[in-house]
Ligand binder design. Sequence first.
Ligand code: ADE
Length: 228
Amino acid sequence: MKIDVFTLFPSWFDWFAGQRHVRNACAGTLELGFVDMRATTPLTAGQVDDTPYGGGAGMVIRVDVVEAALRARYGTDPREHEPGRRVVAMAAGGRQFDDALANELAAAEQLTLLCGRYEGFDERVNEHLATDVVSIGPYVLAGGELAAMVVCDAVIRKLPGALGHADSAIEESFSEALGGAPEYPHYTRPVDWHGQRVPEILLSGDHARIADWRRARSAERLEERSKS
Ligand code: ADE
């Protein structure tokens, strides 16, 4: 899989790209790139944004700047969406990111993440250059970089070889294997911590009963979440 992150602050991703699971994925099938949208701006003096028509605070990232960056990277007209490539604009008002969308994006051949800044993108980016507009939650960040890192992280850990243990991404919170429910609780040594013991069933070695117990705890958590 190829992931490209388009940003005005590529150095934000230096730390992320150096993390073990990301490096593992890159040693496998992942190609991860970071594109500085300022580098290809058609405007003078590195300008990438402008004041909003109609007035109001803040600056808006220009559609021609994003177009030029996409064109330079892919050599095609970005208004024509390539089959197999998801172009995701990060924006607080977009579709809520969840495990199902992470699976969908992980299945794409190519994922392009566009990070907005300031007041976000000119709406024509969302409408004509992006295939999806995605939010990581109902709050406004200073830019799309952290949101893109969240999406990258959730997608990358689903790729073969990124995690130490292949099963760990299958039966985890919100996965299909758990019917979309939160994950069951985990315990490790010590068995007794200040009188708080690991549930006996987990020490029993009875895998069928352990699986039942875990499913029941996961369902309980789902029920609790629906009340809150
Ligand atoms: N940019 C600013 N806030 C955001 C959010 N909540 N999700 C995605 N991108 C954003």
